[in-house]
Structures are given as C-alpha cells and as structure tokens.
Design a protein around this ligand. Structure first.
Ligand SMILES: *Cc1c(COP(=O)(O)O)cnc(C)c1O
Length: 371
C-alpha cells in the first residue's frame, strides 16, 4: 500500500521550536489545503491535544468539519463570506469570521441580528500591502481616515458583532530586503494604536506567519499564524533545525533484470546504457511524486533566465531510499507507478521504499499514517 507517513516525533520537535520562537504569543495553526496535506481533522486533533487552541482555515466547510470533529478551540475563517446562509452557519457553529470590508460587516451585523441570542465573532482583516483581502490601509491620510472610521463604526455601532481580533498578512516575508515587511508592520501597528487611542477594542493582534516568525520574532504581537513551519518546510534558511515530517512510502510491485538498450517507461527518450536491475513501485504523480509548485513570479532577469536554464538541464532526479541506500527514478514518472534503478540495492518484491515529498501534492485519498 502507498501511504503518506507522518512522523509524530518530528512534528513534536517542530512544535517545540515554534513554541520557543512564539514566546508569549498564541499560536494560530493555519490548516488550509487539507492542513498542507497532513489531513485537516486528524492534524487539528493532534495539535489540540498538544495545547494549541487557535486554528485558521480558508473554507467554511473546513471550519464546520473541524467543529463536527469536536475541535473546541477558536476557528478563524481567513476568507470573507457575504451570503446570509453561510454567515448563519458560521455563527451557529461558533466560527470566527474575517471582516474584509464595511459592506461585509453590515451583512454580518444584519444576519446576526435575525438570529436572536447569537453574536458574530470576527477578526478585522487589514490590507497593509498584500493586495488580497481586507480594509485598505496605506500612507494616504484619506485612506487611513476611512479605514479607522469604518472599523470604529463596526466595532462600536454594530451590536451583534464582537471584534475579537485584527490582522494583516506580509507579502514578502522571505524577501532579502526587509523594507516591505517593516513598512507593513509599522502601518499595522499604527492602525491598531490609532484605534486603541480612540477607545476601540480590537482584541488579538496578529500579522506574522512561519517565515516572519523565524526572521522577525519582534513582530509576533499577540499571535502568530503558523502553517509551513509545522512541516519544517520554510521558504528561508532553517537556522532552528526544523525537521522534515513526512515521506511517501510505497511497495515494490516487481523486480526485473533488463538488458542494455532496453526502453524504460513512456516515450522514446530513455534507454538503459547497461543491463540493469529495476524495481517497479506503486508511487506516481497521483501520489505527488515529481510535482513542484510554480513560483515564477519574478520579473525575468538575466540571472533568473540562467537559473531556469540550469534547472532545465540539470533537473534533480527524484530518488527513493531503501535501507539507507538511494535508488534514482528511471525515465518518466507515471500516474500510479515509477521505475527505480535497483542495481546496487538488495531489495525484494513487497519491500517498502520511501520518497521525500511535499504532502500538499499527495492526493487526499492516499492514507495519512501518523507514526
Ligand atoms: C497561509 C497563511 C498563513 C500561514 O503561512 P505559513 O507561511 O505557511 O506559515 C498565515 N496567514 C495567512 C493569511 C495565510 O494565508
């Protein structure tokens, strides 16, 4: 059977590092994308057992699934909802909504008003430069004024809304240049300060996520929103020794002795240079093998083009390991299988090999095994 094996020990190691870096700030576990592939409800329960009390998701259905699975902590929905039916569901399930605009606040107030004896718990979402969700807040005095006015109105005059938090999100926390991060942080602090000076209660303040937790612990504020650090997959150098938490485990289906010159896999591009012992294993791109994320968002520069060329020419081969030995994939990866060079490894049908993997790319029907 092919499984995504998740190491409890490695996860606990990473949680310890995150706790240390977070200090007195709360940890909000971000569980979008099926908890980055670790399994939404399973991973949430794992974290709650270890004292994490705040969670964040991007889908209302995920938030409700967590409640249905007895997660008791605060669940923050990071995306806005605008229709009365969804808002009602969120309120009745005790889910904290993000308010991203004045209009959004109004429809939540109205909906909560219809539901006697219910309050809507919300965090105010601020766009300090990301360009995605939230009330715009930038260097323009007019924009600042409008933002403060609208949030004050929601907080003080919409009586069915309880503002329990306020947050923003960095757009370039991994950039070498710290300028934009500092600028966003300063804007956010200024806004929170202005609101507090006006007597507006904003609750828990948060802006930082995994990369900024590692690089700028001075920006932790009341809470940090953490996703990738749990998996030890940081977009920056890893000075704190975060551990890799998962691997894909697959069985050897068959072993063959193929002659020199024999074709391997789809296409005509791969022939064996010499007689080779091959192992066919049940792991393919369906299981996330060979999948990478498109991150080509930079303006093409000369150096960038060179790097792309290098990447295309010296494509790092996917490699399996067995008993501490590595076995490169031969030819192309198929949907459900691939072929390994097993010439130098003592391996038999039924043995399990493992691959390094980004769990986000592992189809959610592949069993997650916490071990
Ligand atoms: C994804 C996300 C996070 C978590 O980011 P990581 O870098 O994975 O820790 C935090 N906040 C928001 C708004 C997000 O979308």
């Amino acid at each position: 059977m092919t499984t995504l094996d998740i190491s409890i020990q490695a996860l606990e190691h990473n949680i310890d590092i995150i706790r240390e870096l977070a200090g007195r700030s709360q940890i909000i576990a971000v569980l979008k994308g099926n908890a980055y592939g670790l399994g939404l409800c399973r991973f949430a329960a794992f974290l709650e057992k270890r004292g994490i009390r705040h969670f964040a998701v991007t889908e209302l259905s995920d938030a409700i699934a967590l409640r249905d699975n007895n997660i008791e902590g605060e669940i923050l929905l990071l995306t806005p909802i605008h229709d009365a039916e969804s808002i009602t569901l969120a309120i009745k399930n005790g889910i904290t909504m993000s308010v991203t605009s004045y209009e959004n606040g109004k429809v939540i107030e109205q909906t909560a008003g219809y539901l006697n004896h219910f309050f809507a718990h919300v965090h105010m979402c601020i766009d300090t430069g990301f360009g995605r969700y939230g009330f715009l807040y930038n260097d323009e005095p007019e924009v600042k004024g409008r933002c403060i006015e609208e949030i004050t109105d929601i907080s003080q005059n919409m009586h069915h809304i309880h503002v329990t938090g306020i947050y923003s999100h960095f757009h370039a926390a991994c950039s070498k240049n710290e300028c934009s991060v500092r600028n966003q942080f300063d804007l956010f602090e200024e806004l929170c300060g202005s609101l507090e000076d006006d007597g507006v209660l904003v609750g828990m303040k948060h802006i930082s996520s995994s990369t900024s937790l590692v690089r700028f612990p001075d920006m932790n504020l009341d809470a940090v929103r953490i996703g990738s650090a749990f998996l030890g997959r940081l977009a920056v150098e890893n000075p704190y020794d975060f551990a890799n938490v998962c691997k894909l485990s697959a069985a050897v289906d068959d072993i063959y002795e193929l002659p020199a010159g024999h074709n391997v896999g789809y296409g005509t591009g791969f022939r064996l240079a010499k007689a080779t012992r091959t192992a066919v294993v049940s792991a393919g791109y369906f299981h996330g093998l060979g999948m990478t994320r498109e991150t080509n968002y930079r303006r093409p520069s000369f150096l960038g083009m060179l790097r792309l060329c290098k990447h295309a020419c010296i494509n790092k081969k996917t490699t399996a390991t067995f008993d501490g030995r590595s076995m490169p994939v031969l030819g192309q990866i198929n949907m459900n299988s691939c072929i390994l060079d097993a010439s130098r490894v003592k391996i038999a049908v039924g043995d399990q090999v493992s691959f390094p993997i980004n769990p986000l790319f592992v189809n959610s029907s592949v069993p997650r095994v916490y071990c």
